[in-house]
Design a protein around this ligand. Structure first.
Ligand code: PBG
Length: 390
């Protein structure tokens, strides 16, 4: 029944429009007879797309022309909304004591596992260029790794000694440490593993010892990257109880279970021993959940909130920026660094331009601080350009 009606409707429609169709076809044929002489003229006809001004030049009438504010470098710099300075950048430094060699990391060209002496040189180099903050990541020998990761609060361990050396050499440098068990865990997880599960509260007990150990060594900020529930409040209490009220907490609030951490885990030999980190790090599909994490961390006493990874999560930075007034740090992580390096090595992208653009985009999204392996290089490029506000 239905198809009959449709068929009828079609046939009557054809009958009705047939004459005008024929007319149009004829007109079109006439117009396209000689394309060279009858090409479309936007300034002609009753519906001209382009007008002409008093001088007879093409004119698309409009009052607002946003391009006026982009017409020269001077005007662009006058109306620029965001700025990037070396002081916004934090340089991660990998450290080790496996040998007295600086060992390059193959999946992160340009980055190395530093000895403590070369670490100090890196801090001095960064400071000279205006990068004022650094975060240390240790590679720990296998024989020191255990499930309870007790090496993480050894006062003679690599991190507390490294912190003390940095502060002795450059007292003005802001030295941050990573708070998590994974570099010290024989399970390769950020927490203690019992019955195949990463246990929350027992892990926090270890993290508190680790944070106090780093604070005693002189760390300015501790950065819990473990994603255990309630760790920020516990760390705040632990630090305060030991008199470290001025040691800050940069909380990795919205840290996602991401494939972008691969090269970092190569650098520290800290790949998960089994499974993945999805029971504690966030699901990349979730945005609202980041707000829950961020507001909890703020309420628990975090001084800054971090989003990680970086570029794929710019929306998360913006969402947190809109609801929390604490400074936000963005972590431009190892996989992001490796991808730019690979593209640049092939000559497919302009490394300097792409890096400076990427870092500015973090600022536009709402990040105050950017942790990036490019910090010192970017500061050098900014200094070269004279485009720097120290
Ligand atoms: C450890 C930690 C990781 C990173 C920073 N701290 C790895 C992980 O969670 O597995 C990743 C940083 C990067 O990829 O650059 N908790």
């Amino acid at each position: 029944m239905r198809s009959v009606i449709v068929a009828l409707a079609l046939s009557s429609a054809t009958a009705l429009v047939a004459p005008s169709m024929t007319h149009k076809t004829t007109a079109l044929q006439a117009a396209t007879k000689d394309p060279a002489t009858t090409s479309y003229q936007p300034t002609e006809g009753a519906n001209a797309a382009v007008d002409t001004n008093n001088k007879g030049d093409a004119w698309v009438s409009q009052m607002q022309r946003p391009r006026r504010n982009r017409k020269s470098a001077g005007v662009r710099s006058m109306v620029r909304e965001n700025f990037l300075t070396p002081a916004n950048l934090m340089q991660p430094i990998f450290i080790h004591e496996d040998s007295d060699q600086v060992v390059p990391i193959p999946s992160m060209p340009g980055q190395s596992r530093h000895t403590l002496d070369s670490m100090v040189e890196q801090v001095k180099k960064g400071m000279a260029l205006g990068v004022k903050s650094f975060i240390l990541f240790p590679k720990v020998p296998d024989d020191l790794k255990t499930n309870f990761a007790d090496e993480c609060y050894n006062p003679d361990g690599i991190v507390p000694r490294a912190v003390a050396m940095c502060k002795a050499a450059c007292p003005e440098a802001t030295i941050c440490t990573d708070i998590a068990l994974d570099p010290y865990s024989d399970q390769g997880h950020d927490g203690i593993v019992l019955d195949g599960k990463i246990v929350n509260d027992m892990t926090i007990e270890q993290l508190c010892k680790q944070a106090v150990c780093h604070a005693r060594a002189g760390a300015d900020f501790v950065g819990p990257s473990d994603m255990m529930d309630g760790r920020v409040g516990a760390l705040r209490l632990a630090l305060d109880a030991e008199g470290h009220t001025d040691v800050g907490i940069i909380s990795y609030s919205a840290k996602y279970a991401s494939a972008f951490y691969g090269p970092f885990r190569d650098a520290l030999d800290s790949h998960p021993g089994f499974g993945d980190k999805k029971t504690y790090q966030q699901d990349p599909a979730n945005g609202r959940e980041a707000i829950i994490e961020a507001t909890l961390d703020a309420a628990e006493g975090a001084d800054m909130l971090m989003v990680k990874p970086g570029v794929p999560y710019l929306d998360v930075i913006r969402r947190i920026r809109d609801v929390v007034d604490l400074p936000i740090a963005a972590y431009h992580v190892s996989g992001e660094y490796a991808m730019i390096k690979a593209g640049a090595e092939k000559g497919w992208v302009d490394e300097k331009a792409i890096v400076l653009e990427t870092l500015m985009c973090f600022r536009r999204a709402g990040a105050d601080v950017i942790l990036t392996y490019y910090a010192t290089d970017a500061a050098q490029w900014m200094n070269d350009e004279g485009n720097v506000c120290l």
